[in-house]
Each structure stands twice: as C-alpha cells, then as structure tokens.
Design a protein around this ligand. Sequence first.
Ligand code: SF4
Ligand code: SF4
Length: 117
Amino acid sequence: MSKKLPEYGTINVPTERGVPFGAITPAPVVQQDLFVTSNWRIVRPVIDNDTCTRCLTCYIACPDSCWAYDDKNDEMVWNWKFCKGCQICIHQCPAEALSPVAELDFPDGVHRLEKPF
Ligand code: SF4
Ligand code: SF4
C-alpha cells in the first residue's frame, strides 16, 4: 500500500548552512516543563501498532523529537507534552500507521497549562 505524496520544489541551501545527510537532533536530555507546548494541539497522531513497521520515519521527521522507539515493548512511544499536532509524522509515515484524531475526542484532550507562558 503506497501513499502518493505531493511533489515539492527545492531550494538552494548555501553549503555552509547544509545539514549532513543522516544528521539527527537528539531530544533534550532534561525536559523543560515550562516549555510544554501540547496545548497548541488540535489533533493528535494516533498510532496503529499492528500496522506500524517500526521504520522510525516518524522519529526522524518529528521536529520536536516526540517519537521514540521503546525496545522493551517493541513499539513507538509518543511524547504528548511536546507534540504540537503539526501532522508531519502522519504525512511521512510510509505504512499509514498514524491517523489524526481530534484532541477533543479524548477525555484528557487539549492539555492546558496552569499558567500561560
Ligand atoms: S513512521 Fe509509521 S511505520 Fe514508521 S515507525 Fe513511525 S508510525 Fe511506525
Ligand atoms: S504531530 Fe508533529 S509534533 Fe506531533 S509527533 Fe507528529 S511530527 Fe511530532
């Protein structure tokens, strides 16, 4: 089952600003709770573990490092605190294992901070 992805144009990135192929940005070692951004989210990515192939594309694609592989349970785990619901992982998942589900469909939906930034 292959998903047809839209074609995008390219931009010329100056060499000095290029990112080496295969580079990754590690998640922060210490989570900074003052920077919890999950209350931006209107949809959350929901995973179908039976469909997921553990290809790690979502881990690479998420700009906020919200996906990680749990090798004990052999499953991808999602960090709800920093997911903004941008849906990049959903669009990039080659197995179509991720679906956008409205945040208000969850009993704990739309996490609100006790105080604004
Ligand atoms: S991109 Fe999709 S198939 Fe790959 S690990 Fe993430 S959810 Fe699973
Ligand atoms: S919806 Fe965006 S922020 Fe949330 S896990 Fe997917 S890529 Fe990361």
